[in-house]
Design a protein around this ligand. Structure first.
Ligand SMILES: [Mg+2]
Length: 182
C-alpha cells in the first residue's frame, strides 16, 4: 500500500509525533527553493519553486494543518507563490524568526508539539528549537542537521515540503484516503 510505504521509511516515534502535528511553518530560501537567487536586468529577484510542494498544500489545508512561510528575505516572487498556494500566512523580511514563530503559535493556539518547522540555516535556529518536530533539508549545513529531529532526503527546492507533508498526511491516515480518491 503506497501510504504505508511512505511510513516504512520512518521510526514509530517519528510517525507518532507527525500524527499529532497541526501546523507546518517553514523558511523559503533553501527549503522551498534551492537557495539560489537570480536577478533580472531590473534587479528583480527570480526564484525556482517546485510544483511538488505546491500540490500538497491544499491537502494539508483540507486536513486542518496550518501552513505558512517565515522568510528572512523579502521578495515579490515569494509573495506571489504564497498567495498562489493560498498559504495561511507569508511573513517576509523577518529578522527575528523566533519572535514571529511565538506570535503565530499563540494566534493559532498551537503548542510546541503541534508545530513542525523546516529551516536550512542559522537564522532558523530559533524556530527549529521552538518546534515539536525540527526538520532540515538534506543540503543544510551538517551542524544544523545534527541538531534537528529529522533531515529530509530532498535537498532545498527538490520537494522538501512535499516529503514532510507526505509523512504528516500518511501518519494521520489521510494520505491513504487521498490515494483512494476519498
Ligand atoms: Mg533559508
Amino acid at each position: 500500500m503506497p501510504a504505508q510505504e511512505v511510513l516504512n521509511k520512518y521510526t514509530k516515534t517519528l510517525i507518532k509525533r507527525a500524527a499529532v502535528v497541526k501546523a507546518i511553518f517553514f523558511d523559503v530560501d533553501g527549503v522551498l527553493t534551492d537557495g539560489k537567487i537570480i536577478y533580472d536586468s531590473d534587479g528583480k529577484e527570480l526564484k525556482h519553486f517546485n510544483v511538488k510542494d505546491g500540490q500538497i498544500i491544499s491537502h494539508l489545508k483540507k486536513a486542518g494543518v496550518v501552513v505558512g512561510a517565515i522568510s528572512g528575505r523579502d521578495s515579490a516572487a515569494v509573495a506571489k507563490r504564497c498567495a498562489e498556494l493560498k498559504m495561511d500566512f507569508c511573513h517576509q523580511g523577518i529578522l527575528d524568526k523566533a519572535a514571529v514563530f511565538k506570535k503565530l503559535a499563540a494566534f493559532h493556539k498551537l503548542k510546541k508539539k503541534d508545530i513542525i518547522y523546516i529551516g536550512d540555516d542559522i537564522n532558523d535556529l530559533g524556530p527549529l528549537k521552538l518546534s515539536g518536530l525540527a526538520i532540515c533539508p538534506a543540503d543544510a549545513p551538517v551542524y544544523l542537521k545534527e541538531m534537528v529531529d529529522m533531515n529530509t532526503k530532498a535537498k532545498g527546492g527538490e520537494g522538501v515540503l512535499r516529503e514532510v507533508a507526505d509523512l504528516v498526511l500518511a501518519a494521520k491516515g489521510i494520505l491513504a484516503k487521498i490515494l483512494k480518491g476519498k
